[in-house]
Design a protein around this ligand. Sequence first.
Ligand code: ASP
Length: 323
Amino acid sequence: MKKILVITTGGTISMKASKSGIIPSLNGREILELIPQIKNIADLTLHEFSNIPSPMMTPQMMFELSKYISKVIDDYDGIVVTHGTDTVEETAYMLFITLQTLKPVILTAAMRSNEESGLDGPRNLLNAIRVASNKKSIDRGVVLAINDEIFSAREVYKSSTNLTNAFEAPHYGILGIIDADDVIYYRRSEFRYKYEVENLEYKVELIKLYSGVGRKFIDCSIAAGTKGIVIEAFGRGNVNPEIKAGILDAIKLGIPVIITSRVPTGRVLGIYAYEGGAKQLEEAGAIMAGDLNGNKARLKLMVLLGKKITVEQINNSFLVEKG
Ligand code: ASP
């Protein structure tokens, strides 16, 4: 039997309805008790990392989780992390870029709180343990196993606030499925990179653009001593002239500026040359993040800044995101 460590962090998978609404309530042991057959699948050890709704998860906690997994991984064949769906793609990606292990590290979550009919949590956890115990899961990068599907942490994002089918990886698709008899993989992700880092730089801001937006948030970030800025720009990575001026000022101060898109799919690319077009930003030294979303680009920049590398090296590290 494979030795699997189940790390619980909280989220709806460990929540129940109360008079006031849905709140955290189940501890790790109680979650495992919901699935009696789980004991026949793997030799399980439990570690309660936290019991929080995932909007309370921070990059500091994600990195602490990564360090914890690195410390204990030699004692296990695989790791399963239970998490809230709201930020699971971020924690999964933080583990994806900072863990060095080739062993399976699987995140899972639930959309329905315990006591709702058609519970997805116990099934997702059971499936995640099956994925973590399967030797085909070795060397695939950190993945999210949910709703009978397996996604790469780099590619997945939450696309529905309410459906149990809440995750997608458009353009890429799933890595595989978890069927009744077996775990089936269809492909490997092309995105495989990781960084060894001791400390992260947490002073990184993510700024989303909207019609008529001014440079106020860029200026606030600079004044607050930010070390890196990620812009969720329009379409192909374009901004308006005022934002362009703010970006150029940040770059002049040596602050790396990463351009992502607020559009859920597709790559940013410097093809528009009008005032604020992505081509101008790129020429001025802004870094294009391919189709990596803003949330993940922010975490990646924290890691890269933590390595104390140059802006040029940061730029090179983002080239891989172009595909
Ligand atoms: N708000 C919850 C959380 O992320 C949602 C969930 O887990 O599905 O913690």
